[in-house]
Write a new protein. Structure first.
Length: 386
């Protein structure tokens, strides 16, 4: 049972529903799930990420690694530092959440003598941007002075590091279902009562091509009713990031799998998940505009897109292996006292334990013009699985 909506949330959800019903009417009664998800998350002033709501932390809908512990940011900084020294560049963070990751990275880079020329943040949520400013205003003046917010990706390619923590999972996805041996696209329609429901129709050429590339002959082994999703926007997104990078690295952090594991015959319901007040569920048609909607990342698709865009996949590992390789245990051991050490040890367990975030979350490094080994991937190399 999900928590009840407040009156304001109820009114907000009704406004989002009205917008979606209007698009359904304009589209002849059917809407792709990709467009539905785009509206629910990003419609100006109404979508989950563009309207004000408390999303992160214990009082929000979900908790990210930077919210769990500054250890995460300190380890990420250890990976950024050599790239920044080599490129004398900057950091661009996409979707900076509460600003906790930026604060931890800047503090650690300052201690390491590897501060970037600037730390730029691209944030689509005005509400989150305001919270980031409040959080980062508490930094020492020489660190805060390096932080800038961007309205769009930079037009001039940068040197340095691009960070995307839990960004790719929020790219809108197309859904599909195997019905009687034939591929169907799973979209959105209205019930006679006016509520939203799943609705199938024949796939277009883009989805059919993606299906053939993902499954090929394996499609014959899938059970009837097999349902999953694919983000066709990953390719254009990675291509856009590649255009922004002259030299350095893109670091992607997200929950996901290589394709052969993602589209396994036993994963019959896909990975689509919704998050509302620390509860995960699988109904995207409730709490419109006030709950998150995500899908796991097909990291094989990311790798393919990177190759096409002229980037090299220079590392792929679990979050646990990445953090341990970058000194997570040493950071815990270096705590000033026993109480701090115990607290940090508990936070570290949440970051690396398999039943928490350690195995589900993966880290991928994409590079251009940077051939030095990346320390975060010295304990584990999963690129062969891609």
């Amino acid at each position: 049972m999900l928590p009840a909506l407040s009156p304001d949330e109820q009114r907000h959800g009704e406004a989002v529903a009205a917008l979606i019903r209007a698009e359904l009417a304009a589209g002849g009664g059917w809407l792709s799930f990709e467009r539905f998800m785009e509206l629910a998350l990003y419609a100006p002033g109404l979508g989950y990420y563009s309207a004000g709501s408390w999303k992160l932390g214990a009082g929000g809908d979900f908790v990210t690694a930077p919210e769990i512990s500054e250890l995460f940011g300190r380890c990420v900084a250890a990976q950024c530092a050599p790239v920044l020294r080599a490129t004398r560049g900057e950091v661009l963070e996409l979707g900076a959440g509460s600003g906790s990751l930026a604060a931890a990275i800047l503090t650690a880079l300052d201690e390491a003598g590897a501060l970037p020329e600037r730390y730029a943040i691209l944030e689509v949520s005005g509400d989150l941007a305001a919270r980031q400013r409040a959080r980062l205003d508490a930094l020492p003046a020489h660190l805060r002075a390096r932080v800038v917010w961007l309205e769009r990706l930079p037009q001039t390619p940068l040197r340095g590091v691009i960070l995307a923590n839990e960004v790719a999972d929020a790219l809108p996805v197309r859904r599909f279902r195997l019905r009687g041996g034939a591929l169907q696209e799973l979209g959105v329609a209205l019930t006679p009562a006016g509520t939203l429901q799943d609705a199938e129709r024949a796939p277009d050429a883009a989805l059919a091509e993606a299906w053939a590339a993902m499954f090929g002959a394996r499609a014959r082994s899938l059970p009837d009713g097999y349902t999953s999703e694919v983000s066709l926007r990953v390719g254009p997104w990675i291509a856009t990031l590649a255009e922004c990078l002259e030299r350095g690295s893109v670091l992607l952090f997200d929950y996901g799998l290589p394709r052969s594991h993602y589209y396994h015959a036993q994963r019959v319901a896909g990975t689509l998940r919704c998050h509302f007040r620390q509860r995960a569920h699988d109904d995207p048609f409730v709490n419109l505009g006030v709950q998150d909607i995500t899908a796991w990342v097909d990291f094989t698709r990311v790798a393919e897109a990177a190759s096409l865009a002229g980037l090299e996949v220079s590392g792929f590992a679990t979050q646990a292996a990445f953090l341990l390789a970058l000194g997570l245990e040493r950071a815990v051991a270096a705590a000033a006292d026993a109480v701090s050490r115990a607290r940090l040890a508990g936070e570290a367990r949440r970051l690396v334990m398999s039943e928490e975030m350690g195995e589900t979350f993966k880290v991928m490094a994409l590079t251009r013009g940077y051939a030095a080994p990346l320390a975060g991937f010295t304990l584990q190399d999963l690129r062969r699985q891609l």
